[in-house]
Design a binder for this molecule. Structure first.
Ligand SMILES: Cc1cc2nc3c(=O)[nH]c(=O)nc-3n(C[C@H](O)[C@H](O)[C@H](O)COP(=O)(O)OP(=O)(O)OC[C@H]3O[C@@H](n4cnc5c(N)ncnc54)[C@H](O)[C@@H]3O)c2cc1C
Length: 430
């Protein structure tokens, strides 16, 4: 690397961090990208790995490979545990430090259990490849165990699948698990009728897809029910155990529970000692820097700031990407002596959610779509945003195969023992 170039350190190669790297191409900087994982994940399709529709390699790419054509970018596989603002260094778990002139924190968020972290072993959330393969294993193992179970009550519990939280991820998981049980698995089992599997979607609020217009949420609920999903609204989960859940005063015996409710930001606010909201997100300034430190930017799911309608900018991929582009422009302007880009302005491009393999809902603001047409747009949009021709072709082919033949190619139980009393950390993905 050239001596004396401005050092930009980007922590997190998710949607926001990668977009910043892309838009710093050609700038007079040397960049260090630090991530605790060696791969970038396309999180919107994680539920398809969890439900055996796609393979892990179709939604994740090695960060180092993505940086191959960028000699000014150094990639470090390391966990950041703190920031020394005076010395301008980030601290790594192994004790090493990485110096910066400009720092960008894009460390995202993880699921949260509203103060009940003890539920995690029984109700894994969906954020990483390991989470997705853990959930896939549990879903597929439940059918396998049910096939061998002779006690009918135990069999019912094995064939009960609970999803907590009816946001887009909960809706997508519920619809796809129902289709797995109804369309994909029936011909392959001899002792159980997989049509009898119960998929129960539990939501504390009064609606599914709370952020969507009411007619789309009504349509989504009806569509899920047509797929056989039991939608339980206005019922908060008060207990998750190895036996099942308690919600709204009712007990449901279920061996598979998936958590799709609540997020908590990465600890970036703690590293910096700056104010955060109740979900741990940095309350960031309109130029995406932290107070008193114009050299430190933070973006994406780890921050909060008001959007154009007064509501917080949503924790979605386009928001993180737009912020990444903004930060790249701001850094370029400072180095090249151009005008600063003004305040960050988030532009909402639309909200999309899939309901099973033939329907989706889309709210572009100026137009609302639902049904098959929405599904095609949803599919094309997601394929467009994947990285690389091979992945796009592979995902498109997989989806066509699921459509036409009801076959899901990633129906593999690949992890070792995954006892629900274990913590979910430290498992290996495949
Ligand atoms: C299951 C699921 C489905 C979703 N579906 C959609 C959707 O359909 N549409 C949509 O727009 N958005 C969706 N989202 C939200 C979207 O993925 C996020 O808003 C987006 O990823 C945020 O980008 P980010 O750059 O802030 O963080 P992320 O993309 O999460 O990236 C954070 C990166 O930081 C790294 N990191 C974290 N902590 C450290 C550390 N201490 N040291 C080093 N590295 C660290 C992580 O490994 C990760 O690579 C979904 C999210 C999930 C979990």
């Amino acid at each position: 690397m050239a001596e004396g170039l401005h050092r930009v350190v980007i922590v997190g190669a998710g949607f926001g961090g990668l977009e910043a790297v892309n838009h710093l191409k050609g700038a007079p900087v040397e960049i260090t990208v630090i991530d605790q994982r060696n791969h970038h994940i396309f999180q919107p399709l994680l539920y398809q790995v969890a439900t055996a529709s796609l393979a892990t390699s179709e939604i994740a790419w090695p960060i180092r490979q993505l940086m191959r054509g960028r000699p000014e970018v150094t990639t470090l596989l390391a966990e950041v545990v703190g920031v020394d603002q005076e010395a301008r260094q980030v601290r790594l778990r192994d004790g090493a430090s990485v110096p910066y002139d400009t720092l960008l924190l894009a460390t995202g968020a993880r699921h949260a259990y509203f103060g009940h972290d003890e539920w995690e072993p029984y109700a894994p959330g969906l954020k990483t490849i390991e989470d997705a393969t853990t959930i896939r294993r549990r879903i597929l193992m439940a059918f396998e165990e049910a096939e061998m179970e002779t006690d009918s009550k135990a069999q019912d519990a094995l064939l009960a699948f609970v999803i907590v939280g009816a946001g887009p991820t909960g809706v997508e998981l519920a619809g796809t698990i129902a289709e797995l049980a109804r369309d994909t698995l029936p011909p392959d089992f001899r002792n159980i009728d997989t049509h009898k599997a119960r998929v129960v979607l539990i939501e504390a609020g009064p609606r599914v897809l709370a952020g969507y217009p009411e007619d789309l949420t009504d349509y989504t609920k009806r569509s899920l029910e047509e797929l056989g999903v039991e939608v339980e609204l206005g019922a908060a989960v008060t207990e998750c155990t190895a036996e099942g859940v308690i919600y709204g005063g009712k007990t449901l015996a279920a061996r598979t529970i998936v958590w799709a409710a609540g997020v908590r930001a990465s600890p970036a606010a703690e590293w910096l000692g700056v104010p955060a909201d109740r979900n741990g997100r940095i309350i960031i300034q309109p130029d995406l820097t932290i107070p008193g430190h114009p050299e430190i930017f933070a973006i994406g799911d780890t921050v909060t700031l008001p959007g154009p309608n007064g509501k917080p900018v949503p924790g979605i991929a386009p928001a993180a990407k737009q912020a990444g582009i903004y930060v790249a422009r701001a850094i370029r302007a400072r180095l090249e002596g151009g005008p600063a880009p003004g305040q960050f302005q988030y532009r909402h491009q639309g909200s999309l959610a899939q309901i099973g393999k033939r329907k989706a809902v889309i709210d572009f603001g100026w137009i609302k779509l639902r049904g098959a047409i929405a599904w095609w747009i949803w599919g094309i949009a997601h394929i467009y945003f994947l990285i690389g021709v091979r992945t796009r072709l592979s995902v498109a082919l997989n989806w066509l195969w699921i459509h036409a033949r009801n076959q899901r190619s990633a129906r593999l139980i690949t992890q070792g023992s995954d006892s629900q009393s274990d913590s979910s950390g430290g498992r290996t993905a495949s």
